[in-house]
Ligand binder design. Structure first.
Ligand code: B4P
Length: 182
């Protein structure tokens, strides 16, 4: 099973991924978490990525695709993958399709968490991570709309998109996702 958790910053992708990976025994790959690990280990990738993340910009497709390819190539014996925060551009979505095609796999479903901007801003300010200040959040939302939102059409053409109301409680969002998958 190959699932993608999709949505704007603060939609609850990471929150729902923690619940879904247990239920379906999937390997959770969060590009945000992987990048934060690189930043805290001060690797060459982390040093490059930090600048983009602090500004609320996307890290380059080249770096992200290489990072994900490395994870997929070095993983064996899992039920499937749960991608969280990836893909975030059409180029990343095309690269993922190519990577999966090499092992005769494809994306099964894309779970889109739909939440209004005002709620997203409130959640992120409350979370208070280093990239959760007002100007960075605003840029992340703009970048989401211009670079990431077009992916919805890319997957809805293939009937892979599931739209979920993300402004409910964590438990209700989860049960909506699970019932849509079964
Ligand atoms: P991410 O780490 O993906 O961050 P996110 O979009 O802010 O988080 P998410 O949607 O997972 O929200 P969460 O569950 O935590 O990206 C960070 C940065 O990394 C990007 O800006 C970019 O620079 C870079 N990056 C990552 N992937 C990339 C890629 N593929 N390409 C290029 N660059 C990339 O929830 C947020 C808060 O809401 C939490 O406090 C949570 O407790 C709360 N919450 C969640 N669900 C709730 C609910 N139902 N009700 C109330 N509160 C809820």
């Amino acid at each position: 099973m190959i699932l993608i958790l999709f949505g704007p910053p603060g939609a609850g992708k990471g929150t729902q991924a923690d619940l879904l990976k247990e239920k379906f025994n999937l390997l959770h790959l969060s590009t945000g978490d992987l990048l934060r690990e690189e930043v805290s280990n001060e690797t060459a990738l982390g040093i490059k990525a930090k600048e983009f993340m602090d500004a609320g910009e996307l890290v380059t497709d080249e770096l992200i695709i290489a990072m994900i390819k490395n994870k997929i190539d070095n993983t064996t014996s899992v039920n499937g993958f749960l991608f969280d925060g990836f893909p975030r551009t059409i180029s990343q979505a095309e690269a993922l399709n190519d990577m999966l095609k090499n092992s005769s796999k494809e994306v099964d479903k894309v779970i889109s968490l739909e939440v209004d901007d005002s709620i997203l801003i409130k959640r992120l300010l409350e979370r208070g991570r280093s990239d959760d200040n007002e100007s960075t959040i605003k840029n992340r939302l703009d970048v989401y709309k211009s670079q990431t939102l077009p992916i919805k059409d890319f997957y809805s053409k293939d009937n892979k998109l599931i739209q979920i109301k993300g402004n409910q409680t964590v438990e209700d969002v989860n049960s909506d996702i699970v019932s849509n998958l079964s």
